[in-house]
Design a protein around this ligand. Structure first.
Ligand code: ARG
Ligand code: ASP
Length: 715
């Protein structure tokens, strides 16, 4: 009887474990650890997170705010994605030394390339401080007062909690503000570029294959952390030395097979798993389509220029990849949410939530949450649409307008601040804009502007549209602006910004481009911004109470995990294929053979370097191949999102088996609704990474630094 019960429990855990979740590493003990072990994990929760002795978390820093990396040698060598290092690689690239196209390898440490503004951040310690943060809050009556008190407590604890002088405290809220954790962190600022394959490997398949399985991208790059003589964080200096980490990962060359346990540690950025159905349906019906439309138009223009001109291709490579990435994601997300009936599933959840509220006698507290949501999301709709068009067209995708907006903010500064603040901001702007104009091409932007301003005129909610943009002649307007505005070049912008505030403001207001952005920004900030903020604040408060209620009314086995918030998380699952469509099954592992199948000589996205073809033909895979084949990528049921790129995929023993970089097309809706049947994360196989470093690049210096665990039979 006992045995059967145990089996049953294991069975339940096994099936539930396929439901995703991103868990806090310091809180794995209990349900998560049991589940992980039932899936095959051989190490313990303490091996993953331990505040006092070295543990896996010490090998997993956040990479430059938006990605994840892992330490793979005792000399501070770190591994992350090619697309995470992309900006850096692009910055060091010129038409003559094109590291994007040709790759780069430092065959000795002196060749490693320093970077300005690149940092990695480790977590030293995590502590639950919810009680301290909520001290004195319950006694207050108004929402504004409560929030003010919480902010006060956060800044006090950030300032006063113990830490070393080179460390920082950070407080983050979880479960929409129902739990607060304190992170003690350490940021290293001397991070040097060590190596990257050519884009034909690191970005193989480019945008066509992005978000798609089966995948064959060798999406990795290498960096090294440098520290001062005391092994502490320091700004770049020739005297710095390779950082000696508390923990570095061993790499398993043993490989994986379907159903193997796997876990991913990393810094997922943002998910919205507990949105009400009203919000999800707005994303599907209104907001995603608007954003997709804008980016679709911008991308077509940029792509046309990039294919014709290699200098523009380098200039726009990183920007284009960024715009294209989320454009495609929103398309996949919208499709996936529809196909999986996410709205109906949420409605069903809401119905049973309402029943639970009634049953628990909590109507007074929680009974009106869903109707509040319904009202607020109805009220906010037009404002949200306007906000998305403004953000996408003005702030994100038309560079002249985005730059103009910064100048507009400079002018606004004068309404509240003194001349000195104006001068400081102006100096900062002038310095910052140098980098911007290096990658700016006015002809490209003029065509983008022409397309996007036409969309603005047609699609921006009429009641908020400035009169001058009604039925606009986009072609005439764009040629007028781009032939007259000074915002189109660095030298001319500097002319605009010369002199005291009075003369700068006068020059700005005589500039055609500036005049337009001012009209657009003025009307947006008057008619849309404040009302959006007002309703959004209500939604945030409702969401917090809703989350509190969900937590209160759920069972422990319901596996309620906090939405991603760029803090370190652990997700786990199994290597697994999936069934995207009727009669189609995708296997979980791809091989080099697939690269050769996709190969299109000279193609923009599917070219393959000759050296790689040679290695394929001679099957020169060293100890990294299996049965005459070279594994490239694999998928698993780990629940990941943007920010998890570069995250280590670990096996049951905590050894590195892969590098996370993407998700599958049919499962891109996992940020809002995770479906265990089709949501998969995509990883590049660690063996492929080793193979490229060793056999393709011949960088034995790097291989010699690594701790590689070979399968017994190959030793
Ligand atoms: N989709 C992946 C992520 O969200 C990879 C993006 C980089 N690749 C690209 N072709 N843009 O970051
Ligand atoms: N590619 C994403 C990243 O850069 C990962 C994802 O969205 O699955 O973090």
């Amino acid at each position: 009887m006992k045995y059967i019960k145990l089996l049953l429990l294991l069975f339940i855990l096994q099936t539930q474990a396929q439901q995703g979740g991103m868990w806090i590493p310091s809180l794995l003990k209990g349900m998560n650890e049991a589940e992980m072990k039932s899936l095959g994990m051989k190490i313990s929760a303490k091996d993953i997170y331990d505040a006092n002795t070295s543990s896996l978390k010490d090998a997993v820093p956040q990479f430059n705010g938006g990605c994840t990396a892992e330490v793979i040698s005792t000399k501070g060598l770190i591994l992350t994605n090619h697309h995470c290092g992309f900006d850096v690689i692009q910055n060091h690239s010129t038409v003559e030394h094109d590291y994007l196209r040709d790759g780069f390898w430092a065959y000795k440490m002196e060749d490693e390339i320093p970077n300005k503004d690149l940092e990695v951040t480790f977590i030293v310690k995590i502590e639950d401080i919810t009680i301290k943060i909520l001290e004195g809050v319950a006694a207050l009556t108004s929402e504004t007062e409560k929030q003010k008190k919480i902010q006060e407590n956060i800044s006090n604890l950030t300032k006063n909690s113990p830490k070393e002088s080179w460390q920082e405290n950070r407080v983050r809220n979880f479960y929409d503000g129902n739990q607060f954790l304190l992170f003690v962190i350490e940021s290293f600022k001397d991070v040097r570029f060590v190596g990257a394959p050519p884009s034909s490997i690191g970005k193989f398949g480019s945008d066509t294959d992005n978000w798609v399985w089966p995948r064959h991208t060798g999406d990795f790059s290498l960096f090294r952390i440098y520290a001062d003589k005391n092994n502490r964080p320091a700004a770049y200096s020739v005297d710095n030395v390779p950082y000696i980490p508390k923990k570095s990962l061993a790499i398993s060359a043993d490989g994986i097979k379907e159903n193997d346990f796997t876990m991913v540690l990393g810094y997922p950025g943002r998910t919205q798993e507990y949105l009400p159905s009203f919000a999800v349906s707005q994303i599907v019906e209104d907001l995603n389509p608007a954003k997709i439309e804008v980016r679709d138009a911008a991308l077509k223009v940029q792509d046309g220029f990039m294919r014709k001109d290699n200098a523009i291709k380098i200039q726009y490579a990183s920007k284009y990849a960024g715009i294209a990435n989320y454009w495609k994601k929103w398309i996949g997300e919208t499709k996936g949410l529809k196909k999986s009936n996410a709205v109906a599933i949420k409605q069903k959840f809401e119905k049973s939530f309402q029943e639970k509220v009634t049953k628990a006698g909590k109507q007074a507290e929680y009974g009106s949450l869903l109707s509040d949501f319904e009202k607020n999301y109805t009220d906010i709709k037009e404002y949200s649409i306007a906000r998305d068009y403004f953000t996408e067209i003005v702030l994100r995708n038309t560079e002249l307008l985005a730059t103009g907006y910064k100048l507009y903010q400079l002018e606004q500064l004068l309404t509240t601040k003194e001349e000195q603040a104006f001068t400081d901001r102006k100096t900062n702007l002038i310095n910052g804009l140098g980098d911007f104009y290096k990658d700016f091409n006015a002809s490209v932007d003029e065509k983008v502007f022409e397309q996007l301003i036409a969309i603005y005129s047609k699609k921006f909610p009429k009641q908020f549209l400035p009169a001058s943009l009604e039925n606009v002649n986009a072609a005439a307007l764009s040629s007028d602006i781009y032939s007259n505005s000074k915002i189109i070049s660095y030298d001319k912008v500097k002319e605009l910004l010369e002199g005291d505030s009075k003369s700068v403001i006068e020059k700005l207001n005589n500039d055609k481009g500036y005049q337009l952005i001012k009209v657009m920004a003025d009307s947006y900030l008057k008619n849309v911004g404040p009302k959006y903020d007002e309703i959004n604040l209500k939604n945030i408060a409702t969401q917090r109470t809703y989350m509190k209620a969900i937590l209160e009314l759920s069972l422990k086995s319901d596996r309620i995990f906090p939405d991603a918030n760029s803090t370190l998380r652990v997700t786990y699952g199994k290597v697994k294929g999936y069934k995207p469509n009727d009669a189609v099954y995708y296997e979980p592992i791809t091989y080099l053979d697939g690269i050769i199948e996709k190969y299109i000589p000279g193609d923009y996205e599917f070219d393959v370097p000759k050296k790689l073809i040679d290695l394929y033909n001679t099957k020169d895979y060293g100890l990294y191949g299996v049965k005459g084949k070279m594994p490239v990528c694999f998928i698993a049921t780990n629940h990941t999102t943007g920010g998890n790129s570069g995250s280590p995929a670990l096996d049951a023993n905590g050894n590195l088996i892969g590098l996370n970089f993407d998700r599958v097309w049919e499962g891109t809706m996992s940020d809002i609704y995770y479906s265990p049947e089709i949501c998969r994360n995509i990883m590049v196989d660690a063996r492929y990474v080793l193979f490229i470093i060793d056999k393709f690049a011949g960088a034995k210096n790097i291989i010699n630094e690594l701790k590689i665990i070979y399968p017994a039979i190959k030793k």
